[in-house]
Design a protein around this ligand. Structure first.
Ligand SMILES: Cc1ncc(COP(=O)(O)O)c(C=O)c1O
Length: 397
């Protein structure tokens, strides 16, 4: 059987073995509750506080500003709901059309609860216009949320100018940085980002742990908790701390901090190597901006070839269909529609995500296997003939 190749590092990453090793003692030996008043508890508490420092150092915040959650989904919910409820459960919310559902669906829920919402468009390369976001801010805007980098096409958003304009107007600014942390340098304090979300499993840490950072000084962001319970984490996110996961998250952040620059360079080379395999194929296009993009992201459409079919033909090569069809509909993803792709173009989109553990040999083999399927499907598909004719007419390659 052909070997398995993992090129889906946007979905999740392999936990780094160094992280697993660091976590293990906290399951079996140092298993205290971080809030317990005895040696076991103190040991666990020390580990949590050390991890808070590691996380804080990676994203440029104070350790006290780090709130551990179950993942970016919870962090996004806590940021948006927490601020909205603190503002009395009313007001105006600004976000973009290409947010992950962990933001987009929360904003839809706030709309149902009475918020007025502005969804800002992106251009054809998948980048929001900072001025347009800033122009949409109003006196009654209670929060603005723009993702740091997109999870489908990898485009990096102009977060700092938007955050700075929000700061001037006293509007809390949130960014979902789940895809950006570990892949591009991030300093929330410098960028004036008040609230920042991310997940452990996207940065070679464990699943089930995430972070929300919330500014505590100039400005102090107040959040209504989503859960009620004990006094852990200032009462904003009560519940027994997941010490082994927190320890893993801390080390994952330290590793990223030490290795991100070199890793980004290496991963971008692998991404470009993959594109070299594809670029001479007829009717192949890259989706999204090529310059403002995460190092490991390649989103391509082999026009006329359904991405879902490629995935079914290649279960051993882990990639993702850019169109992310919902099980019960054939609608392409809102992100691909927001950048103006036709339905056919969007349904052909394949997302490749290169990461820390990928090698050049894997990239070469995956490319050969993908091309073999694409060519076979094209040879047997009547749609491909139509795509070729239309793209030749438009001059697309
Ligand atoms: C941009 C973005 N935000 C939020 C999430 C949700 O993260 P999690 O599933 O870890 O809660 C993801 C995961 O795919 C993501 O890519």
């Amino acid at each position: 059987m052909a070997s398995r190749i993992y090129l889906d590092n946007h979905a999740t990453t392999r936990t780094d073995p160094r992280v697993v090793d660091a976590m293990l003692p906290y399951f079996t030996e140092q298993y205290g509750n971080a809030n317990s008043p005895h040696l076991f508890g103190w040991e666990a508490d020390e580990a949590v506080e050390a991890a808070r420092i590691q996380v804080a150092e990676l994203v440029g915040v104070e350790p006290k500003e780090v709130i551990f959650t179950s993942g970016a989904t919870e962090s996004d919910n806590l940021a948006l709901r927490g601020v909205f409820d603190e503002a009395g459960g009313q007001g105006h919310v600004v976000t973009s059309r290409i947010e992950h559902p962990a933001v987009g669906q929360v904003v839809e829920d706030l709309r149902r609860r009475g918020a007025s919402v502005t969804l800002v468009d992106v251009d054809a390369s998948g980048v929001v216009d900072a001025d347009q976001v800033i122009r949409s801010l109003r006196d009654d805007t209670v929060i603005c949320s723009i993702m740091w980098a997109n999870n489908e096409i990898g485009t990096i958003q102009p977060v700092a100018p938007i955050a700075s304009a929000c700061r001037e107007r006293g509007i809390p600014f949130h960014s979902d940085a789940s895809q950006a942390v570990g892949r591009v340098p991030i300093n929330a304090r410098q960028a004036q980002v008040d609230l920042l979300s991310f997940s452990g499993h996207k940065i070679y840490g464990p699943k089930g742990i995430g972070v929300l950072t919330a500014s505590r000084r100039r400005p102090r962001i107040r959040l209504q908790p989503m859960f009620h319970g004990g006094s852990q984490q200032f009462g904003v996110r009560p519940g027994t701390l997941a010490v082994p996961l927190i320890v893993g998250m801390g080390l994952a952040c330290t590793l990223v901090r030490a290795e991100q620059k070199a890793e980004a360079h290496r991963v971008a080379e692998l991404r470009d190597r993959l594109w070299v395999h594809f670029r001479d194929e007829p009717n192949v296009v890259q989706n999204g901006d090529f310059a403002r993009r995460l190092p490991g992201t390649l989103n391509v459409s082999f026009l006329g070839v359904e991405a879902q079919t490629v995935l079914l033909e290649l279960p051993g090569v882990a990639i993702s269909s850019g169109s992310a069809c919902a099980a019960d509909s054939h609608e392409p993803s809102p992100v691909l529609r927001a950048i103006g792709l036709s339905s056919e173009h969007a349904h052909a989109a394949l997302r490749f995500g290169l990461g820390r553990f990928n090698t050049a040999d894997e990239v070469d083999e995956a490319a050969i296997r993908v091309l073999e399927v694409v060519r076979r499907l094209r040879a047997t598909s009547p749609i491909h003939g139509a795509a070729r004719a239309s793209s030749q007419a438009e001059g697309t390659k």
